[in-house]
Design a protein around this ligand. Structure first.
Ligand SMILES: Nc1ncnc2c1ncn2[C@@H]1O[C@H](COP(=O)(O)OP(=O)(O)OP(=O)(O)O)[C@@H](O)[C@H]1O
Ligand SMILES: Cc1ncc(C[n+]2csc(CCO)c2C)c(N)n1
Length: 263
């Protein structure tokens, strides 16, 4: 079975990481503190409908000494896509005037704005077969539970696309059962709390290394055991399972001597 390697180098401060190729989707929730860093290194920047209000309102707050208009001009989304029932008219007109591509899919009331943005990225010419874009989505957790469940559902809907859901507190990725997984942790940024959750279907056998409570051919199911409040022990975790699992790990609060922001 092939190994899939995971690292969260996109959270490393500028200059401390090798090439990163990802698209960023800003959802309609408070911007995590590391949004400016993610924005600056993204190959494509999208706002899902009301996510544009967050960029407009909240990004200038990261730079209190700078002029808000200058910041809004500097942090211009490439695309705003969704059913357009949450973006404010003033925000829409502002980004239209800057040349942002706006895609109104109000006719589709069966898929979420996050779904719509993921399809745009998958079809983008920047997403090449030889070098696929990862997708990072900010504000995916810690809000309305129906939205959170819809956000988790996109991980299962597009299992061949590397999607990371982010909040200020944690990240979530899907570990498809088709691969063995090696997860590389930057201990200064991530952990120690983590979880492995068989949300789509039960797992008859999951085996891990590198966790405080490792699993050895262990069964997991809702209504039985799911691995929450686990702890990472080192910098490398391995996971093998007969079922797709959600992997989640906590994001450390900012070290006052270091900044996750590059601006
Ligand atoms: N409270 C939340 N918690 C988690 N994710 C959210 C939340 N609010 C929005 N999102 C995410 O941001 C995307 C855009 O949000 P937006 O508020 O524009 O959606 P919407 O479809 O207008 O929502 P509503 O169900 O309120 O009509 C959603 O598709 C969802 O992925
Ligand atoms: C069974 C079912 N439940 C809910 C919706 C509503 N819905 C799902 S995604 C979406 C768009 C949100 O931007 C809306 C309104 C539906 N269509 N079908």
């Amino acid at each position: 079975m092939e190994v899939m390697s995971h690292s969260s180098s996109f959270l490393l401060p500028a200059g401390e990481t090798s090439a990163k190729r990802y698209a960023l989707i800003v959802l309609n929730q408070n911007l995590p503190r590391f949004t400016p860093l993610l924005w600056e290194h993204a190959k494509l920047r999208l706002c899902a409908d009301g996510g544009a209000n967050r960029i407009y309102d909240e990004l200038p707050l990261f730079f209190p000494r700078e002029d808000a208009l200058l910041i809004r001009n500097r942090y211009k989304p490439d695309v705003i896509k969704g059913d357009m029932d949450s973006i404010r008219p003033d925000v829409l007109h502002f980004y239209l005037s800057l040349g942002t591509k706006v895609i109104d899919e109000s006719h589709d009331q069966d898929t979420t704005d996050l779904d719509k943005c993921i399809l745009f990225i998958r079809d983008s010419p920047l997403n090449q077969e030889s070098s696929k874009l990862q997708i990072l989505a900010t504000g995916a957790l810690g809000g309305r539970f129906d939205h959170e469940a819809g956000n988790l559902n996109v991980l299962y809907r597009y299992p061949d696309t590397r999607i990371t859901l982010l909040s200020d507190d944690c990240l979530i990725q899907l570990l498809p059962k088709t691969h063995r997984h090696e997860i590389h942790i930057q201990p200064s940024l991530l952990g120690p709390h983590c979880g492995l959750i068989p949300i789509g279907a039960p797992s008859a056998k999951t085996t891990t290394t590198g966790l405080q409570w490792d699993l050895t051919d262990t069964e997991m199911r809702f209504g039985g055991l799911v691995s929450t409040s686990n702890l990472v022990k080192g910098e490398k975790i391995t996971v093998e399972s007969d079922s797709d699992l959600l992997w989640t790990i906590s994001i450390k609060k900012q070290d006052p001597n270091k900044t996750l922001r590059s601006g």
